[in-house]
Design a protein around this ligand. Structure first.
Ligand code: G6P
Length: 607
């Protein structure tokens, strides 16, 4: 949530900052700004809107070899120019960009007012820059000024700070990710690793409590209390994939169609066809750990939560041990009981979702074994968990998650197979499943060759005042994911229900012409799902049916979209595809900004 980029070195800073912001825009996009340091002064340019709006107002040339930049997702204070980062001190001595939330900013602001400093914005972030300027005015060195300021803060921060009279940047982290990229005689700062990879593979991940003084020649690490340490340089080994739009009309479109290749990346080298099992090396699962685990608990938010639900069902099916999925934001609040022998899985595309991070910390604190199921390599959750599986989707830039969903499901399927093979899943069952999983990318491609009557489905959805999504078993979670996609992108209220529960409430909503999306793959629940479909039809609903090619229900819907047939435990990998396309095309029909839906952000780093 909110993106930070910074640069110090021999190159002109502005083009690097703008490019960095462009790559970070998915983290927040209601306003954006840059501050560039030339020899004599700091020049600030900011605007409400997107990076492209900023580019429009930038002067032809802004000289300067050091700068900081920010793209905002508003938390404190409305979306206005004055609330846009970078913020500057009243005397111009300090400029900063901030991600996170300062919980005690009101009392800090009052204290500033008593000292005669009036903040011009409504943000919590400006308070910090004013406090630092006061420290400098009282004779503190830049590092001291930052140390003294952060010591008085409660909340979360990722800070990149620039001083008018110094040739350095200072970064600070507590709860909001920040990474420094080390070049030759130049340094880059970013809230995400991927904008750094075009410049350098050598990075330093800041940990909570770290302060870093960043000069062209090197980085020195300190704590808020003044203890110094050597920076821990990591070499990014992972090939992070293509993050540019290329010829695609939108990131979401590109990412939907990347799913077959992304899935291949996720599966490659992680399945043992001979043994009918999974081989997730990064989870470092000892045989005893798998055999003794009394249960599995999975955590996630949004799309990750729905993928986790599917994982939960597969674990129970294959391993026959209890599995439960939790919404991360609820987990810690409920003072959960943690069993040290149980397996906990934190599922997250970004690896930076604050709610999931706090759940991970709770589990670790209480002695639980937690594994990450994460996309972004080196992200906070991946590092906190230490063990886990990278889902290898490559960069996902569209706010609405697509290829991360299918890869989360695939990674959890492999995990369930591995767990299952130590218990109830036979070698033959395992082999059959693995064979089908390896076929899945190809079947996805086959679906994309002929996506079916998506346009007719959009005709029904685009004018709807609400849409009901129904499915059973694994498809109940696919229904939830489909509803989330349409709601996020088209702003149409959507309700997803297990099909059997429909008659206990949602049926009251149905009237002549109400669209109902039914997901009914050819599994043992199909007949029961069809009963719900008929109950909806009888009340005048228009049915959009997602089903498997070659089954016997192709005429049951008003619009029928077939997907290629697959093993009944793997159907979510295919049934979700038309739901993603329906959401994408409905949003376009309604003139929505598909990649930047209102009020949302890709990675939600505040609780
Ligand atoms: C936000 C995004 C969702 C995403 C969720 C969890 O709400 O808008 O698309 O599913 O966060 O994100 P994560 O990075 O933890 O998977």
């Amino acid at each position: 949530m909110c993106g930070i980029f910074g640069y110090i070195g021999p190159q002109q800073a502005l083009p690097l900052l703008v490019e960095g912001l462009r790559r970070l825009e998915y983290r927040g996009y209601d306003s954006t700004g840059v501050a560039i340091h030339d020899e004599n002064a700091i020049h600030v340019h900011k605007t409400v809107g997107k990076v492209s709006d900023l580019q429009r107002i930038l002067p032809e040339r802004v000289e300067g070899n050091m700068g900081i930049a920010h793209t905002r997702w508003a938390t404190h204070g409305g979306v206005t120019q004055v609330n846009t980062h970078p913020h500057q001190a009243h005397d111009g001595s300090v400029h900063l960009v901030h991600n996170g939330i300062i919980e005690n900013f009101r009392s800090l602001r009052k204290r500033l007012e008593q000292q005669g400093i009036e903040c011009v914005s409504e943000t919590d972030s400006e308070v910090l820059v004013q406090m630092m300027a006061l420290e400098l005015a009282n004779g503190a060195e830049p590092l001291e000024a930052v140390q003294r300021t952060v010591q008085r803060l409660r909340g979360t921060w990722g800070l990149c700070i620039m001083f008018r009279d110094e040739d350095l940047l200072i970064c600070a982290r507590n709860g909001s990710p920040l990474i420094i990229g080390q070049g030759v005689d130049e340094m880059f700062v970013s809230s995400d690793p991927h904008p750094l990879t075009t410049h350098t593979q050598r990075v330093v991940y800041l940990e909570d409590g770290d302060l870093a003084v960043v000069r062209r020649s090197g980085i020195t690490m300190h704590s808020a209390q003044g203890v110094s340490s050597t920076p821990n340089v990591t070499v990014l080994e992972e090939e992070w994939g293509e993050s540019d739009l290329g010829d695609a009309p939108h990131y979401m479109y590109k990412e939907i169609y990347e799913q077959p290749d992304a899935l291949r990346q996720c599966i490659a080298g992680r399945v043992d066809r001979e043994m009918g099992s999974g081989r997730l090396g990064g989870m470092r699962l000892a045989h005893d750990t798998l055999v003794q685990a009394p249960h599995v608990r999975l955590l996630g938010c949004g799309t990750a939560y729905y993928a986790a639900e599917i994982g939960q069902m597969l674990i129970e099916k294959m391993a026959r041990i209890p599995a439960v999925t939790h919404i991360s934001s609820e987990f810690r609040n409920n003072d959960p009981v943690i069993n040290p022998k149980a397996l906990y899985l934190a599922v997250s595309q970004s690896g930076e979702t604050a709610d999931t991070i706090s759940a991970v910390k709770e589990i670790k604190l209480k002695g639980g074994q937690i594994f990450g199921v994460v996309n972004v390599v080196g992200s906070t959750i991946a590092r906190l968990c230490e063990k886990g599986v990278y889902i290898h989707s490559g960069p996902e830039q569209s706010v609405a998650s697509t290829k991360a969903f299918t890869n989360m499901v695939a990674a959890l399927t492999i995990f369930a197979t591995q767990l299952g093979r130590t218990r109830h899943l036979s070698k033959d069952q395992g082999r059959e499943l693995i064979e089908h999983l390896q076929q899945a990318p190809h079947l996805m491609e086959r679906y994309f060759d002929d996506v079916g009557p998506i346009t007719e489905a959009v005709d029904l959805l685009a004018d709807a005042s609400s849409v009901l999504y129904l499915g059973r078993g694994l498809s109940a979670s696919v229904a939830k994911e489909g509803a989330l996609k349409l709601m996020e992108l088209a702003y149409i209220p959507c309700l997803a229900y297990p099909a059997g529960e429909m008659k206990h409430g949602p049926i009251a909503l149905l009237e002549e012409g109400s669209p109902v999306v039914v997901i009914a793959p050819n599994d043992h629940l199909k007949a029961k799902t069809l009963s719900a479909l008929h109950e909806c039809k009888a009340r005048g609903a228009k049915i959009i049916l997602i089903h498997e090619a070659g089954d016997d229900i192709a005429s049951e819907g008003d619009v029928c979209i077939p997907v290629p047939a697959i093993h009944p435990w793997l159907t979510p990998l295919l049934t979700v595809l038309p739901l993603q396309l329906m959401a994408y095309h409905t949003a376009l029909r309604l003139g929505r900004d598909v990649d930047r839906p209102r009020n949302l952000a890709k990675s939600v780093t505040v609780e």
